[in-house]
Design a binder for this molecule. Structure first.
Ligand code: BJW
Ligand code: ZN
Length: 289
């Protein structure tokens, strides 16, 4: 990322009235949440996320897939929003018509000050019945090893339970008894139509699309920046590495979201330095919306 690129992106952001911020897993990387294509850890190294995130995997081995999502949900519970999430909230505070569209299934935008992002791929925190779709409660986080949970799933020193480390039988639906599944969108499944419609509408009407931390490999989400570009909106990308979106971007800011986004906010609104200095506490209140 060079000074002129940041200045140009800052000019585009400062001029925007209806920006869209479109985020992927890289947005949460600096919070310690692995990206989708990152190497997995522990037991999960043996499995390919592209294969686990499918209805077929859940049908074949519900405990394996449920255990993977429980481990990831625990990981997210322990993570905190990073300065990139705070910067997105700061953009929204400056431009109330900002629409934040995320592919992420964590809740770090909400905890970082964006109360209702458009969620294209669901949430780790909205399990539902795999047969009748009845919403199911989020499992307790208290350490409660099940019959197939590994030993040692006890509370960590910081008071949070250790991440679950292996297969775990999913709970049964209170209505019909079928296994509960994660409330996320797997490969081969349709995206929630209301969210997809809202995303396409926002991208169609935006005057800037800021794409952050996505490989842009997964469709139809990857088409959202293309919709904006096709209708003439400038696209600014934040990613440490090139992606298929490079060619349509007005500016490519190479770097991590947690550093680039606060710098972009300052470039757009130099007085933001006074309003939102580096100290987390001085950024817009995460609960204020
Ligand atoms: C940083 C950073 C830092 C690192 N700062 N950046 C058209 C063409 C080809 C294929 C298809 C197509 N249309 C549909 C398909 C098939 C399929 C698909 O796209 N497959 C591809 C693999 C080719 N799509 C689907 O199946 C979709 N459904 C569908 O099309 O249904 C049709 C249908 C219609 C009607 C009825 C029935 C069916 C569904 C896709 C669902 C995707 N779900 C997942 C899993 C969610 C749950 C979970 O997390 O387990 O969503 S897959 C995974 O990919 C997850 C993510 O949201 C999504 C996108 O990944 P993302 O966010 O881009 O992450 P990464 O890891 O790929 O990239 C991270 C990036 O961050 C990298 O670029 C890094 O450089 C960067 N980075 N650190 C900034 N600090
Ligand atoms: Zn049910």
């Amino acid at each position: 990322m060079t000074g002129p690129e940041l200045a140009e992106a800052g000019r585009l952001l400062a001029a925007a009235r209806r920006p869209v911020v479109f985020t992927g897993a890289g947005m949460s990387a600096e919070s310690g949440v692995p990206t989708f294509r990152d190497a997995q850890t522990g037991l999960w190294q043996r499995y390919d996320p592209l294969e686990l995130a499918t209805p077929a995997a859940f049908r074949a081995d519900p405990a394996l897939v449920w255990g993977w999502y429980e481990a990831r949900r625990h990981g997210v519970r322990r993570a905190l929003p990073n300065p990139g999430h705070r910067a997105v909230a700061a953009i929204r505070a400056r431009c109330p018509e900002t629409v934040v569209i995320t592919q992420n299934v964590d809740d770090l935008h909400e905890r970082g000050g964006v109360p209702a992002p458009v969620r294209l791929h669901g949430s780790l925190f909205a399990p539902r019945c795999s047969a009748c779709a009845r919403p199911a409660p989020i499992p307790e986080d208290a350490a409660a090893p099940g019959d197939d949970a590994p030993p040692g799933d006890a509370a960590a020193p910081d008071g949070m339970p250790e991440p679950h480390a292996g297969p775990l039988t999913p709970p049964a639906c209170a209505g019909c008894g079928a296994p509960v599944r994660p409330g996320v969108v797997w490969f081969g499944e349709a995206l929630p139509s209301a969210a997809l419609d809202a995303a396409v509408e926002a991208a169609s009407g935006c005057d800037l699309l800021l794409t952050v931390g996505t490989s842009a490999l997964v469709h139809p989400a990857a088409e959202i920046p293309l919709v904006a570009a096709r209708l003439g909106a400038p696209v600014v990308q934040v990613n440490p590495v090139p992606t298929p979106l490079d060619a349509i971007c007005a500016v490519n800011l190479r770097g991590p979201a947690g550093e680039v986004l606060p710098a972009l906010v300052r470039a757009a609104w130099p007085d933001a330095d006074a309003a939102w200095p580096d100290a987390d506490a001085a950024w817009p209140d995460a609960d204020a919306g």
